[in-house]
Write a protein that binds this ligand. Structure first.
Ligand SMILES: [Ca+2]
Ligand SMILES: [Ca+2]
Length: 223
């Protein structure tokens, strides 16, 4: 009787161990996410590493840094026809206000250096106008940030966040070519699809926008 009891007890322990492992035994969390069994031991949830989202951490953050070109951004007008700009073009003409771009490529509305071989320091000036609108992305967390410089009249020169067809955030530059980082609190829009639009609506002085390195809690996965 005691032998039977011991076997029974061992069997229960083995079965219990298998059950305890079941929710996570197939490593359902991707991209090195941690699988946490829920209290019932029948389900689980994933704790994702930084930069990953989704039930199984299958969704990744994305960024728009223009290092591989215009990345599907849509143009109107002419001001962004020769973008992105290569290198610190303001410094190449001794402007005294370095671009402070991320990497080698950025959006410089005053600039005309669309290739490495184009003459350094070339400009198109403030005359051209237009818009440049990002592909759709999904907001997954609290913050979006980017580098912005150039003109400082928000009625004429700005970056906009568009959610459900409405402009919900906007930012202009500082009448300085040097880009600085701006962060938008976007927690009100978590789960929404959004786009960023750059606007140049003037040909007057300081009517150009500099922009680069849009990133943060955003995913480019198509829902
Ligand atoms: Ca860049
Ligand atoms: Ca302009």
């Amino acid at each position: 009787m005691s032998t039977y009891g011991s076997l029974h007890c061992d069997s229960v322990m083995v079965i219990a161990a298998i059950v305890l492992k079941l929710p996570c035994q197939n490593s359902p969390c991707q991209n090195n996410g941690e699988c946490i069994p829920d209290i019932t031991r029948t389900t689980y949830h994933c704790v994702c590493k930084t930069g990953f989202f989704g039930t199984h951490c299958e969704d990744t953050v994305c960024k728009f840094d223009f290092e591989d070109g215009i990345d599907g951004w849509e143009k109107t007008g002419t001001v962004f026809n020769n973008q992105p700009t290569y290198g610190d073009n303001p410094s190449a003409r001794n402007r005294g206000q370095p671009a402070n771009q991320q990497g080698d490529w950025w959006i410089g509305g005053f600039e005309d250096r669309p290739s490495k071989t184009a003459p350094p320091g070339g400009i198109q000036g403030d005359g051209p106008q237009g818009t440049l609108t990002s592909p759709f992305f999904s907001i997954r967390g609290n913050n979006i940030s980017f580098l912005i410089g150039g003109g400082c009249d928000i009625n004429l020169i700005r970056a906009e966040l568009i959610v459900n067809g409405q402009v919900v955030r906007s930012e202009t530059g500082y009448c300085n070519e040097t880009m600085t980082r701006v962060t938008w609190d976007v927690q009100d829009f978590i789960g929404k699809r959004a786009r960023v639009r750059l606007v140049d609506a003037s040909s007057g002085p300081w009517s150009h926008i500099n922009f680069d390195d849009l990133k943060g809690d955003i995913s480019c996965k198509q829902d």
